[in-house]
Ligand binder design. Sequence first.
Ligand SMILES: [Zn+2]
Length: 238
Amino acid sequence: MAAQIKLGDIAIEVVRKDIKNIHLTVHPPVGRVRISAPRRMTIDTIRVFAISKLGWIKKQQQKLQEQARETPRELLDRESHYLWGKRYLFKVEEKDSAAYVSLSHDKMVLHIRPDTSDEHKRELLAQWYREQLKVVVPDLIAKWEPLMGVKVEKIFYQRMKTKWGSCNYRSGNIRLNTELAKKLPECLEYVVVHEIAHLLEPSHNSRFIALMDQFMPSWRNHREELNRSPLGHEDWGC
Ligand SMILES: [Zn+2]
């Protein structure tokens, strides 16, 4: 049974379920709002709950709209693309063979079959960046594990919108943003050390800062460098 609540211009879909607690979610891409509520809860109680969350809903919707505005650009010839902080002129070359990316001293060429969609091109390029990261990260981990006295269980590589990296203290896993392949190698190393340090200290407290100062005294410079790019507002996920 689905109902709807309207708060000003925000329509909220209400779904009754066999659950104990009410909860609210805002869904991409447009910020559709949904409340799951216990079957017996009255619509008035649900409405009061929704009103109490109005500020949060608006904030989430705004975030989604901002993300939607950053729609990926078309891949254009002679556009700038970066690898490890170095700028390359991008070029697409169509030929009838499996796709690959080649680098010369100032050109990055995506070789691709004719009539490949722009979306697929972007996907191939993203995959290539991910591979570049996978080439260097295991060595970095192997370098820092003994120095920091901690073991990384698993590394995940993922394109993320708001974080350079994150970690799971309990499982010992770390997650790295594939966009790091575009940044200076020092920036990647900083994020790796930051996430490994979280395996010793999960929060950003004074102990964490002391660990960073001990292992990588220059960490503030690398953070600044990362903060210069759009993703840069410091929003570490862990
Ligand atoms: Zn952190």
